[in-house]
Structure formats: C-alpha cells, structure tokens
Design a protein around this ligand. Structure first.
Ligand SMILES: Cc1cc2nc3c(=O)[nH]c(=O)nc-3n(C[C@H](O)[C@H](O)[C@H](O)COP(=O)(O)O)c2cc1C
Length: 223
C-alpha cells in the first residue's frame, strides 16, 4: 500500500463539483460558540446520547460547519487540498455532510464556499427508506440526521487503496463532531448504518461517492 506524500497530478483542476438537484443557498445566522469550556473537560464528559430532541437547523448546522469548515482551501498546485480542525489523509478531506429531517429539504454543507445549500430529492423512495433505517436504529432520536459521504475522486487520483483512507477520515470526522457537540452541550450519537440510501436519493448514480456513516444530532432530551 503506497502512502507516500502525493505529487499534484498535473495542471488539470481537481473538481469538487457535485450534481445536486436545484441547489439553493441557505442563509443561516450562527451564534458565537461557547468560549469558557476547558478542552480536557469536553473530552472527559463526552458521551453518546440516544434520547435526542429536535434542535434548530442553525444549531445543527453550526456543529457541522465547525467540524468541516476549511481554514485553508488550496489553489494552483494545491487545488483540492484543505486544512480544517479535523485531520485528513493528504489534506484532501473527501468527507462531506448533509443534514436531514423528515419533511424538510436536505441541507448540504459546501466546504469550498463555506455555505449551506438546500437541495431537491431525486429518489423519494430511497429518501423515505433512509429515514426508516435511521429511526429503526435510534428510535428515541427526534433530532436531525447528519449523513456523511466521501467524494473519492481526488483521494483515488492521488493514493492507492483510497477507500481505506476515506473510512479513516470518516472516523476522524465523527470523533471531531462528537467533541463539537459536547462543547455546545448538544446530544450526539453515531449510527452503525452507513446511510447509503441518501446518496441514491440525492445524487446521480456514481461509484465516486460512498456512504461513510450517519450521526444523530440535536438537543439533550429531558429526563
Ligand atoms: C462507527 C460507530 C457506530 C456506532 N453505532 C451505534 C449504533 O448503531 N447505535 C448506538 O446506540 N450507538 C452507536 N455507536 C455509539 C457507541 O455505541 C458508543 O460510542 C460506545 O458505546 C461508547 O460510548 P460513548 O460514546 O458514550 O463513550 C456507534 C459508534 C461508532 C463510532
């Protein structure tokens, strides 16, 4: 398995474009995050919470954004590279997120533009089936689901055995999101399912996009 530092592959730009249906920018206003928590206490107190109440879209989107926001987006020779709070093999960051709640339009985070997009569902039966799967795994979670998927185009181009890197990147994202949720005193739980139905529901069929997990995110339910 070759994990040498990749060379930029020629002058051709590395595309991050995905074919969302009817994407529309969503204006979200975020509150400043908590400043007074010790990192050590966040790390020690974090626990998966399965009884989850609905939080606002802004609260959920803030956790997604703080986890996946790029502090650096490369151009020229560094095209396709990003630096974030979460780590990633080769700074490619193939893992992307979409926020889902029944009866609401799916909300995708665009980490290149630091913007949320509302998109249209392509396949309604796959969409319903995604919710049924998640609800059967965590029946007490009433919050939002965040589906994680990897866009493998750039990582495959630069590395052998790229899927293994995408899986490990997904684990890093889940851990960082769990810590962000704890920092914001929100409820968070990963699901064992991959959430593949959501890719079928939202994007044209392609082997480039693989599902890498789902998490539940919301308010801590009372009691
Ligand atoms: C990849 C992954 C999948 C998980 N799937 C589930 C799941 O399907 N249902 C569930 O209740 N917890 C799930 N969890 C949460 C674990 O059960 C939990 O992290 C573990 O029990 C340790 O507890 P803690 O997170 O509270 O420290 C999952 C965790 C990970 C990392």
């Amino acid at each position: 398995m070759s994990h040498t530092d990749p060379q930029p592959a020629g002058g051709e730009p590395l595309s991050n474009h995905l074919e969302w249906l009817e994407p529309q920018d969503v204006d979200l206003v975020f509150k400043p995050g908590p400043l007074d928590k010790l990192f050590a206490s966040v790390v020690r107190t974090r626990r998966s919470t399965r009884a989850i109440a609905a939080a606002s879209l802004e609260q959920v989107a803030q956790i997604v954004r703080e986890t996946l926001k790029a502090d650096f987006v490369g151009y020229g020779e560094k095209q396709g590279r990003r630096l974030k709070s979460v780590l990633s093999a080769g700074a490619i960051h193939p893992v992307k997120a979409v926020i889902l709640r029944r009866d609401n339009r799916p909300i995708v985070y665009d980490d290149g533009r630091d913007l949320f997009l509302s998109v249209q569902v392509r396949d309604h039966s796959a969409y319903i089936s995604f919710f049924q799967t998640c609800e059967s795994v965590l029946p007490e979670a009433e919050g939002h689901w965040v589906a994680l998927f990897a866009d493998c185009r750039n990582v495959r181009r630069l590395y052998a055995n790229h899927e293994s890197l995408a899986w490990r990147d997904a684990g890093a994202v889940i851990q960082m999101m769990a810590l962000m949720a704890e920092d914001h005193e929100m409820a968070f739980c990963p699901l064992g399912v991959l959430g593949g139905e959501i890719i079928k529901a939202l994007l044209p069929e392609t082997p480039d996009i693989i599902p890498v997990g789902v998490v539940a995110l919301g308010k801590r339910a009372e009691g």
